[in-house]
Each structure stands twice: as structure tokens, then as C-alpha cells.
Design a protein around this ligand. Structure first.
Ligand SMILES: [Fe+2]
Ligand SMILES: [Fe+2]
Length: 233
């Protein structure tokens, strides 16, 4: 069985991750190297593990997380699709069974908000993990630019955490922002990613709560219950 460790030690994959991070640095994007793919790998695996998915599905989510951004080494545009196509021969060449390879390639090919949708358990976990990596440590110190909204928003996020509440079927994504940016700016660049995370959580049979500075900002509309919000009649 091909493990995350095998994939991490593969020199083609290591080279693609390196090229991805270098190209995106030149283009002025936030960090996309080993820290980002390590976070996404670990988080995607944990989401499925905490929801009780079979061990191998958790391992495939970890592998998908590690390799999901390699398509950026070719071009930022459609990098999910390019990545899936690049990975198929590499993973097959490592001896991974075709059903596992297609699970990973389909998940990678569907992780971008511009052209992707949650299409499996692994794909859904990958989406939520990837979209939740907003944090001060992603801003590249060398190129920090206060005029760039992505740098401002990421820099403002001092804390972020993702919690899976299996009994209540809620995936809760919480961030704490300081004054370097605003909730409005966060929503400006993260709205479609958060909508995609809602859809991915739904695929996993959960709802997705987005909590910014202690306030749920995406609560679902529901009829007022008598006695709530100060109404007593
Ligand atoms: Fe990506
Ligand atoms: Fe990513």
C-alpha cells in the first residue's frame, strides 16, 4: 500500500511542490510550499478520521492534501485540473491501484472554487482543509504588501482552528482577526471558498459554521422561535 511517507519521498512530487511554491512566490501569492501542503494533508485526514471514515479513506485524504497544488507548477489557472493529470502517471508508476489514483486525481481536479465541486468524501475533506488555511504565517515576509488584500487579510488572522463535532454533525471553522484587516475584506476574498466549504460539509452529512471573532457569520435562515430574541408574545 502506498503511504503518505512514500508520496512525500517521491522526487517528482517534491520537485513539483517546489516549482509550485517558487512560481507562486514570483506571482505574489501567499505561501504554497511544505507548510501549506502539510497543513492541508493533516487537516483533510483529521476531518475524515473524526467523522469515522475507514482508515484507507483517511490516508487517501492525507495524500490528496499533500499533492493537491502541484498543478501550479504548470500554471495558476486551472491548476487543479492540470494537477490531476500530472499526478495520474506518477502515482500509477509508484504502484498505487487505479481506483485509489482516480480518487486522488478527481479530488485534486475539483479543489478549486472556480471549477470544482465536492465529488467524494476525499474531495470534500480536501476542499475544507485547503480553504481553511488562512493565517498570518502564510504571508511571505520578504514580499509583505499592505496594499495587497490577500496579505492584509491573512496577516490579520492570528488564530484559526477547525473542529469536527461528530454527534452534532457540525464542522466549525473559527478565525480570530485583528485590526490589520476586516471581516468585510475577509468575506471579499473568502466568500466563494466558504460557500464551497459549506457544500463540501453537506456532502459529508454536516453543516459548516464559519465563526469570525466569536460570531457565526453564515447562520442558516430559520423561523424565529417564540421566546427567542426577547419576543415573549
Ligand atoms: Fe489550489
Ligand atoms: Fe492549496
Amino acid at each position: 500500500m502506498i503511504t503518505l511517507q512514500d508520496v512525500r519521498s517521491n522526487e517528482d512530487i517534491a520537485g513539483l511542490i517546489d516549482a509550485t511554491n517558487q512560481a507562486l512566490e514570483v506571482l505574489g501569492y501567499t505561501e504554497h510550499g511544505l507548510r501549506h501542503v502539510g497543513y492541508v494533508s493533516h487537516t483533510a485526514e483529521q476531518i475524515l478520521r473524526e467523522l469515522g471514515y475507514p482508515e484507507r479513506r483517511c490516508q487517501l485524504a492525507a495524500i490528496a492534501g499533500w499533492v493537491h497544488d502541484v498543478g501550479n507548477s504548470i500554471n495558476r489557472h486551472n491548476h487543479g485540473i492540470t494537477g490531476g493529470a500530472l499526478l495520474f502517471p506518477i502515482l500509477r508508476g509508484m504502484g498505487m491501484p487505479v481506483e485509489e489514483v482516480t480518487t486522488i486525481c478527481t479530488a485534486v481536479g475539483n479543489h478549486e472554487e472556480q471549477n470544482g465541486l465536492p465529488v467524494s468524501d476525499v474531495s470534500s475533506a480536501l476542499i475544507i482543509a485547503d480553504k481553511s488555511d488562512a493565517h498570518r504565517t502564510r504571508v511571505r515576509k520578504k514580499h509583505f504588501n499592505l496594499d495587497d488584500i490577500h496579505d492584509r487579510v491573512n496577516y490579520a488572522i492570528k488564530l484559526n482552528w477547525l473542529e469536527v463535532d461528530k454527534p452534532r454533525r457540525v464542522i466549525r471553522y473559527e478565525i480570530a482577526m485583528d485590526q490589520s484587516s476586516s471581516v468585510m475584506e475577509f468575506m471579499q476574498i473568502y466568500l466563494t471558498r466558504m460557500r464551497m466549504s459549506e457544500a463540501a460539509a453537506k456532502y459529508l452529512g454536516c453543516s459548516f459554521d464559519l465563526v469570525v471573532n466569536g460570531v457565526v457569520v453564515n447562520n442558516q435562515a430559520r423561523m424565529p422561535v417564540e421566546g427567542e430574541n426577547g419576543s415573549s408574545s
